[in-house]
Design a protein around this ligand. Sequence first.
Ligand SMILES: [Ca+2]
Ligand SMILES: [Ca+2]
Ligand SMILES: [Ca+2]
Ligand SMILES: [Ca+2]
Length: 410
Amino acid sequence: MCHWDGPGLHFQVNVNECNTQPCANNGTCVDRDGARQCFCKFGFTGASCEFEVDECASSPCRNGAICTTVEGIYRCECRKGFSGLHCENVLNGCATVPCIRGNCTSLLETFSCTCPEGYEGARCEIRSNPCDNTPCLHDGVCVDTGFAFSCNCTAGFRGATCGEVVNFCAGDPCINGDCIPGKSGFLCRCNPGFKGAFCEKAIDDICTKEQPCQHGATCVFMNSTRYICVCANGYQGERCEHDVNDCAVNPCLNGGSCQDEHGGFRCVCRQGFSGKDCSVDIDDCAQSPCLNGGNCTDLVDAFRCECAVGYGSKRCKQNIDDCGTPSPCQNGAVCRDLVADYRCECQAGYEGRFCQVNIDDCISSPCGPNGQCVDLVNGFDCRCIPGRSGKEFFAERYFCVGVLRVAALS
Ligand SMILES: [Ca+2]
Ligand SMILES: [Ca+2]
Ligand SMILES: [Ca+2]
Ligand SMILES: [Ca+2]
């Protein structure tokens, strides 16, 4: 564009400075007189929008967070244990009250519990055993009393941890003598025949030189010439040289014979007795010798059976023969022996307990009106009345016409 500007000829040409597209990064260019102005897009700056705005330049992120920019917006990437837009919030590891007892110290996301006396574990959940580090000295026994311990001291010691010596004679330090306790130690008063700080040495005396006591006796030294023998059980005499007769008091009962032994006796029992002094009558019924329900009575080295009815012999083994001689069964019957009983197996034609009954074979009147029936054994005989003889069979009956003998009626 051009215009006229005064008396002198003067042209001024207004050039459009935006033609050259001077605004970078899509900035908007506005033409002014002899100049231009760039309106930058968000995130850019500078006269020609040539600079990117650094949103992180003011260090908006706290607590060591990393600042990043995306399209003109900054973002804080928080370190572990922090939160919030600027990572300004510190996470409290104690927020959930994790310590069951004691004090909690937050270690950002996690925590640390400071336990009170007597507790341990990450949450102070475990009660410590105060005896764990064996605080009691001199073999004292530690007792857990809850939050503390107490020591049950062995003899000769006392104090909270049994560190204090009260009796120097504890543990019997004098081997062959009596211990006399002192303020800072002990003294041994030795038995006759011993010497040494602990009475551990035998004095070369008559007991050790001559060994006068026999059969395991203990020799007690009195002085250089005197001693006493303390005999072992079963021996007597000044030097325990005699074996005591342990059978003198007749210790074996029920006729047992006594054998003297060293320091005792031995009984050889009569048959049927047992025990150290033969006082036990052996139970001869123990093996149940009586059979078939018989009752057993214990005797000396024997037994007696009372048999159940029907049985006999020493052990009731025998089923007594109830058939006997002569047989109770009659008429040729066979007798079968039972327990306290018998059974008669009858010949044909007989019945009854003893087969004494001849069965009446005429009961069915087999001879008809003209005949007279005679009972036989397992059969019958028909005798016709006078004037009749022979036989006729009619309506399942014989009728007399003469004399007929029927062996058996089938
Ligand atoms: Ca003896
Ligand atoms: Ca017996
Ligand atoms: Ca029988
Ligand atoms: Ca008959």
